[in-house]
Ligand binder design. Sequence first.
Ligand code: NAG
Ligand code: NAG
Ligand code: NAG
Ligand code: NAG
Ligand code: NAG
Ligand code: NAG
Length: 238
Amino acid sequence: MIPIRIVQVPSMLLIFLALLIGALVSSTSAKIPSICNLVCKSSINGTETFAFCESLSELTMTGRCCLNRTESQTLVVGIDLQGCGITEETFSDALVNMSSLLYISLEGNKFKGLSTTDFHSNTGIEFLSLPSKFSCPGSKGTWLNQSSDANSTYCFSEQNACDVRNVTCPSNSHCVHSGVDLVQCLCDEGFHGYKCLEQGTFPLTSFLASIILPTIALCILFFVTQRRYVIQQSSKVD
Ligand SMILES: *[C@@H]1O[C@H](CO)[C@@H](O)[C@H](O)[C@H]1NC(C)=O
Ligand SMILES: *[C@@H]1O[C@H](CO)[C@@H](O)[C@H](O)[C@H]1NC(C)=O
Ligand SMILES: *[C@@H]1O[C@H](CO)[C@@H](O)[C@H](O)[C@H]1NC(C)=O
Ligand SMILES: *[C@@H]1O[C@H](CO)[C@@H](O)[C@H](O)[C@H]1NC(C)=O
Ligand SMILES: *[C@@H]1O[C@H](CO)[C@@H](O)[C@H](O)[C@H]1NC(C)=O
Ligand SMILES: *[C@@H]1O[C@H](CO)[C@@H](O)[C@H](O)[C@H]1NC(C)=O
């Protein structure tokens, strides 16, 4: 009986560990969004995004995207989709997980319209270029300044929407710039719940402890039981 269990417990543990390590590696390793690999009519060379990306040593151009790679994550800081023939839905879907964009170019696409929400949670856009028939998204003051030429509308330096809209949040909450011309009122520290009326922080630590502690206990249990079998086995060999 015992030899069979010696094989079974470690192999289950090994599979568990392999899955755990696999999940950790795949979550930290750089996954480049598929939109970066689009093949588009106009060359990326010489574009504003390209020039910006070349100007800073920490940035690298990959396809249509300018990436900021660190050990822990890969952020898309620029995206040039000129002449890519995409719709605004494709663009909007691609931006769901991007919130660090500084440079965006969108001329030469099948856009019917664009709304502020298509830019999701990007709050630091420095340069946005659109087809010339489009105006800059948002309200007056959303951008520091704008200009246009025969083919493009340019929007420079997204402004904090809390300031632009002079937002006053309800008591126990404060305004947070959450996207192009978008704001949110978030509860102040020490408040939570409906209309931030409940006092005291959400019991996050005890919530996490109730998940993490049993996991650690299980790991120790597996470790101890596994080791006992190994000791038994080696004493048998002796
Ligand atoms: C773009 O620039 C690179 C070098 O920066 C060059 O090797 C490549 O041929 C250029 N491509 C086009 C289409 O101009
Ligand atoms: C790149 O990422 C690093 C680390 O997060 C950050 O300090 C730096 O400002 C980023 N650079 C740009 C241009 O976003
Ligand atoms: C965004 O991230 C979530 C969770 O990491 C992932 O499931 C989803 O596929 C991502 N969406 C895009 C468009 O990359
Ligand atoms: C808009 O502001 C940017 C950044 O401050 C500046 O480089 C650009 O020349 C300005 N453009 C116009 C038309 O004022
Ligand atoms: C506008 O686009 C046309 C055709 O691509 C190009 O020849 C022209 O130089 C562009 N004008 C500007 C101001 O970029
Ligand atoms: C912002 O709102 C406050 C209160 O509603 C008002 O007193 C103040 O004049 C406003 N400021 C601007 C710049 O509109």
